[in-house]
Write a protein of this length. Structure first.
Length: 412
């Protein structure tokens, strides 16, 4: 794979037949330890009522989350596709979300029980208006309760108790750290969403966070940007050997695709050169925080960078690809450093077009950044608007999203 850096292999099994018929978004499922335990993939049919092939969807999903890989929760917003999906028997690492009305329907009982027996985790969405059959209820591991619905109920207790004491719940629609902490205090087993809208407001008097490991990487990026001698770069990195280990691990990952194992920082520079090394220092900076509450931020930053690069991979413009990657990876540094980009980017060198997006919300990369943000959301309208602005088709966008999620998984 080599020079293509993070592109997944040409032998990918990604099934394209369905990718032009739907839109996709994703979000992390965050456990009580603040770790991302799974990914939620939301699937929107572009034309309601159009028959969609569940096997094609599962093939595309399997390229990112193979049976022996990580977990994915499918939030399919099509009743007919969900029926097909249940009959198609997804691999055990695929979690299936079913709306409460489908869980309550006796005609679905056999498929639900078969999925449960096969080892698939089943999640029930919302509060049922009629009782879930007694022989079906034990098949569900968790319920999913949206934060807005929970607030409307005015409940301070475990929302999962609305169904059964044996069914715990995931809180969806979480956007802030305050909401995440409150959800866990109410008893949520996990939260679904991006609890980072208020992260930047956690700063004290507007001062940047002073984390030694982050400052070392910033200094390295500055030195690489100036193409300083290798000895000076090595001396800087020696101040934190764990960072050197993490950088080498990234470079030797399957996503990077080098045919020769990199054994040292000096070796990395000799093999990669300063331009490509700067990309991976950017990735290291975006994932170096030890703050548990920033894990969703770091999860997003990696995927943003990979997707922005993937969206323009076919352009043949290596400079643009590198800049798009850095733009996405750096797009949440204001949360990590708790400092506005207008100040932060005075110390972290970035290309002019990247600065325009991050500090000014403008420039030629801004429409791509809007699209990447849209696929982190839960509304089809936002994805459509962003894709229309770029004049990109859903198949191309979905392919870029799935490839970037696969590349991110290989890094981890």
């Amino acid at each position: 794979m080599g020079a293509r850096d993070t592109e997944i292999t040409d032998s990918t099994r990604m099934d394209n037949s369905i990718l032009g018929q739907l839109a996709m978004s994703y979000s992390p499922i965050i456990d009580r330890n603040r770790a991302v335990s799974a990914t939620r993939l939301t699937v929107f049919p572009l034309v309601p009522g159009t028959p969609l092939n569940a096997a094609s969807l599962l093939n595309a999903v399997a390229d990112v989350w193979p049976e022996d890989g990580g977990k994915v929760s499918l939030n399919v917003l099509s009743e007919s596709l969900l029926h097909e999906l249940m009959a198609a028997r997804p691999s055990p690492n695929v979690m299936v979300e079913l709306p409460a009305f489908m869980a309550s329907d006796e005609s679905n009982a056999a498929h639900i029980q078969a999925l449960h027996s096969a080892g698939n985790m089943l999640l029930i969405k919302g509060r049922p208006v009629r009782e879930v059959p007694r022989d079906v209820l034990p098949c569900f591991k968790h319920s999913i309760i949206d934060l807005a619905d929970d607030r409307r109920q005015g409940e301070a207790a475990d929302a999962g108790a609305a169904f059964s004491r044996s069914v715990t719940y995931f809180q969806s629609g979480v956007r802030t750290l305050v909401d995440m902490e409150a959800s866990f205090k109410r008893g949520a087993a996990a939260v679904i969403g991006w609890p980072m809208d208020d992260v930047v407001m956690q700063a004290t008097a507007g001062k940047p966070v002073a984390q030694h490991d982050l400052q070392v990487i910033v200094e390295l990026i500055q030195r690489v940007d100036k193409a300083e001698p290798i000895d000076k770069l090595e001396n800087t990195l020696r101040r934190d050997p764990t960072l050197a280990f993490k950088l080498i691990r990234y470079i030797n990952s399957a996503a990077f695709g080098l045919s020769v194992e990199i054994s040292s920082f000096r070796h990395a520079i000799m093999m990669l050169g300063y331009t490509r090394l700067k990309r991976w220092l950017a990735l290291l900076l975006a994932t170096a925080s030890k703050d548990a509450n920033l894990k969703p931020v770091m999860f997003a930053a990696v995927r943003r960078g990979l997707m922005m690069e993937e969206l323009v991979r076919s352009s043949g413009d290596d400079e643009m690809r590198n800049e798009m990657f850095i733009c996405g990876v750096f797009s949440l540094l204001d949360r990590m450093f708790k400092q506005p980009f207008s100040e932060l980017l005075k110390t972290i060198p970035v290309p002019e077009r990247v600065y325009a997006v991050l500090a000014e919300g403008s420039g030629p990369y801004q429409p791509y950044f809007k699209l990447v943000q849209a696929v982190e959301g839960d509304t089809l309208d936002a994805i459509r608007e962003a894709s229309d602005n770029l004049m990109m088709g859903s198949a191309e966008i979905n392919r870029a999203l799935l490839k970037s999620l696969a590349a991110a998984a290989s890094l981890e």
